[in-house]
Design a protein around this ligand. Structure first.
Ligand SMILES: [Ca+2]
Length: 812
């Protein structure tokens, strides 16, 4: 407690020291928050990468501001890492344990990076990886999604959409907060297929294509005998060199940099680069063995660049402290000069950005892995990494996307061959099974080759680090990890932790008040019955059909998550059917959205010369035989309580790739007990991948009478409704005329004896309808049996409210 008081006192002194002219509330600079996906720290030029011209644009951001050398993300796979950074909360508080969103239940976390900027009057936009980035449903904070998943693998699109975001913020007269989530260098590597290895791309080339001789061997790979560096991908037909795979990764880093270049071009052309703060990070390390999904240094060490015109000194480096991704949100609040919400686990490092020291700064970063291979780690300021592998039992093998790489299979082959390399063997054994705990001297061994946990010379250091780790787990409420942290060498203690982590997620999922259930999506207003991402078991679908590998552990290891396997049995049907029936009488329509993809089926290409055509066709047919695309039909259906009806059916080819299929209710309406299903029939063998399933309904709103046109003077409020029960959600839509910013018009509810600003209201149609605002208020009637709402003008000038309408939607 004394430490905390010291920290608070110092925090006060430091905030008093700030030059307030520099904070964003005064200067209204734009902010671009860039995340790279699976980018290794060591693949940037500014970080010492020797690949020529690998990252000029990312380097430009780094060199124009401050680089933080001691930055770590606090989870090593996509969604948990992004959830931590977006919420400033550890996993026990944000509840995002894995790629599946189910464990997060129905919670809405109010304070996130975009809500901080929206509260400060910014226009908040996002491009790319939105569903991965912000797993909360309904999510809050973004006014506008500029483009969805995958779009940021196209630099031209990044340019076009950045321009649109800049134009919109100008039109709205609001500074811009633009969250650009670059999908590269996540797999989908340029010129590379996991299945067949190197191949020629026909489009979307990086601005420079590297050859393996230009590429460095990853520093965290142990040396491997030269003759062990070639082998075949899973279904490859010829030997491929390990460095071809690494080259494909680097070519994709280059394309990520091209995208960032296009974003910068849009700012340069608008002449506002010097009025914009750029913050850049990666969500974790590269998807290669020893990187992503591990808590080794490569897994969590990330670049962090902050380029803040007029504040950060060009080319400055901060390397004295370690900083975690939970510290980003509090820092953004501080940069905006907004109070930092008390519940956040992270702390603001704004003084460091201003070139100051924070004497009481936490000398470590605590890292969590609650997904498949449950573990905890800590990186310390004095350069040590300590990992506790709760999952280690000597038998369980490490399960990760990186085990599907060519590199992994080459190390595995080296391990099994008689002339193997002892270093490579030890390394792959360690990766595959781990040990109960590991200690590394990161300053001298950043590749984590030498485990010092049993070295007597580090006994005192180890005990000091362990004490810190247990303390952080206790203080932050990470109780589920404590057994293994206190006693890592005990198999029982490790099992206790694994079980506690699983039980924590399971108890939330089975709690009817918490479990994921239908909810209204603030972006499109639809009632979402399910929004499944790789998680057939935890969604609403009955996924017991044979061949389905959407298992709760994230899919079959052989085929990967979301795989559907057809055996070739005559007329085999795989059926996703909702487990429960819905009272769908209020549904106006139902929408099925999903993505169905074959496993990178080779496209038929026009042969240039006649000479090779025959060979090419033969090779293609060979590949197709190895990876056949199932032929068959799809039917999308509903059950009216008596029998199944088909909305549509047709050839399977018609339903490939991204689908958004909307069907109106039948003339007599849906029944009180409606089920929905997708059925896929095929009589040949093959594999398909299903992802991004969303089932959503349009529901009728019921109108409630509302007062006519009102002018609200400064400070005045308008009472809207009282004594309304049995609602789940109320929508207010209105437009208004005011000299001042609309953000001063507050929607409040009366609760616990006082007026409170409603947490999760959202604006939509801001840009499309030009100042038409719709505010959603979702308040459960059990919480507040008497609803009182008001609109309050807290601006200093009158606001005229037009076309006020108030509607309610049924509880669900
Ligand atoms: Ca990622």
């Amino acid at each position: 407690m004394e430490n905390l008081m010291t920290y608070l006192r110092l925090a006060l002194i430091f905030s008093a020291c700030l030059v307030y002219g520099d904070t964003l509330d005064k200067t209204k600079l734009n902010v671009v928050f860039i995340t790279l996906d699976d980018l290794s720290y060591e693949s940037l030029g500014v970080n010492g990468c020797k690949v020529p011209e690998i990252s000029p644009h990312m380097d430009r951001i780094a060199k124009s501001g401050m680089r933080f050398e001691g930055f770590h993300v606090q989870a090593s796979n996509c969604i948990p890492s992004r959830a931590l950074m977006m919420t400033g909360l550890y996993q026990q508080h944000n509840k995002i344990f894995s790629l599946g969103k189910a464990g997060a239940g129905n919670q809405v976390i109010r304070n996130t990076i975009p809500t901080a900027f929206r509260d400060a009057g910014y226009h908040t936009g996002i491009m790319g990886k939105n569903s991965h980035h912000n797993p909360f449903d309904p999510y809050t904070g973004f006014d506008m999604e500029y483009e969805g998943y995958g779009s940021t693998k196209y630099p031209d699109k990044v340019y076009e959409k950045t321009k649109a975001a800049i134009a919109n913020s100008a039109k709205l007269k609001q500074p811009l907060f633009f969250n650009l989530n670059i999908y590269d260098p996540h797999v989908g590597w340029y010129g590379w297929s996991r299945i067949s290895g190197t191949h020629k791309e026909t489009e979307n080339h990086p601005s420079r294509i590297f050859t393996p001789d230009e590429i460095p061997y990853p520093s965290w790979f142990p040396p491997l005998a030269e003759n062990a560096k070639t082998g075949r991908t899973k279904r490859g037909t010829k030997d491929i060199h390990l460095m071809e795979e690494v080259t494909a990764y680097y070519n994709t880093v280059k394309r990520a940099d091209d995208s960032i270049g296009q974003m910068l071009r849009a700012f340069d052309e608008a002449g506002i680069t010097d009025k914009t703060v750029f913050v850049l990070i990666s969500d974790h390390g590269a998807e290669l063995p020893g990187g992503k999904t591990t808590l080794y240094n490569e897994g969590t060490h990330s670049p962090l660049f902050v380029s803040w015109p007029g504040v950060t000194k060009a080319g400055s480096i901060h390397d004295s402290e370690v900083i975690g991704s939970i510290d980003l949100l509090p820092t953004f609040y501080d940069m905006l000069n907004l109070p930092i919400p008390a519940e956040l686990d992270g702390r603001s490092f704004l003084p460091m950005i201003l070139g100051q020291q924070i004497p009481s700064w936490r000398p470590f970063v605590y890292i969590q892995q609650n997904d498949r291979n449950k573990a905890r780690a800590i990186q310390t300021k004095d350069g040590f990494l300590y990992i506790i592998n709760a999952w280690h039992d000597g038998e369980t093998k490490f399960g990760s996307v990186s085990t599907g790489t060519l590199s992994w299979s080459l190390f595995k082959a080296a391990q099994q061959s008689p002339e193997n390399d002892p270093l490579a063997t030890a390394w792959i054994n360690k990766l595959e099974f781990r040990t109960p705990h590991e200690l590394y001297d990161i300053k001298n061994d950043p590749s984590c080759f030498k485990n010092l946990v049993n070295d007597p010379a580090y006994k005192d250091k180890l005990s000091e680090i362990r004490k810190t780790m247990i303390q952080e787990a206790s203080i932050s409420g990470d109780d589920i990890a404590l057994a293994a942290l206190r006693n890592p060498e005990s198999a029982e203690a490790r099992t206790e932790t694994v079980k506690a982590i699983d039980a924590s997620k399971a108890s939330r999922m089975s709690d009817p008040n918490y479990a994921r259930r239908a909810h209204y999506d603030p972006l499109d207003g639809k009632l979402v019955l399910d929004n499944t991402l790789f998680e057939g078991e935890s969604g609403i679908w009955n996924s017991s059909a044979p061949g389905l590998s959407l298992s709760k552990t994230g899919g079959s290891k052989e085929l990967g998550p979301g795989a559907i396997k057809f055996s070739g049995q005559e007329g085999q049907s795989l059926r996703f059917e909702t487990k429960q029936s819905f009272d769908a009488t209020t549904f106006k329509s139902i929408e099925f959205a999903f993505t169905l993809t074959p496993p990178q089926a080779p496209k038929a290409k026009k042969a240039k010369g006649k000479k090779n055509t025959k060979d090419k066709l033969a090779a293609r047919n060979e590949r197709r035989k190895q990876n056949p695309m199932p032929q068959g039909s799809v039917s999308i259906e509903y059950h009216d309580g008596t029998q199944w009806h088909s909305f549509t059916k047709g050839n399977l080819n018609k339903f490939l790739n991204e689908q958004k299929l909307q069907f109106p209710a039948p003339n007599a309406g849906f029944s009180k007990a409606t089920k929905f299903a997708i059925s896929i029939k095929s009589s040949n063998s093959g594999i398909l991948y299903l992802d991004g399933m969303r089932l959503a309904a349009d529901v009728n709103w019921e109108s409630i009478s509302a007062p006519a046109r009102q002018v609200l003077k400064a400070g005045e409020s308008l009472d809207l409704i009282t004594d309304l029960s049995d609602y789940s959600e109320v929508e207010l839509s209105y437009n208004f005329i005011s000299d001042k910013s609309a953000s001063q018009l507050l929607l409040e509810s009366y609760k616990d004896g006082k007026w409170q600003v409603i947490n999760n209201h959202d604006y939509r149609d801001v840009l499309q309808a030009d100042k038409k605002y719709a505010a959603f208020a979702k308040i459960s009637s059990s919480e507040t049996p008497v609803l009182k709402l008001r609109l309050r003008n807290s601006a200093s000038s009158p606001v005229r409210i037009n076309a006020l309408s108030v509607q309610k939607r049924p509880s669900f």
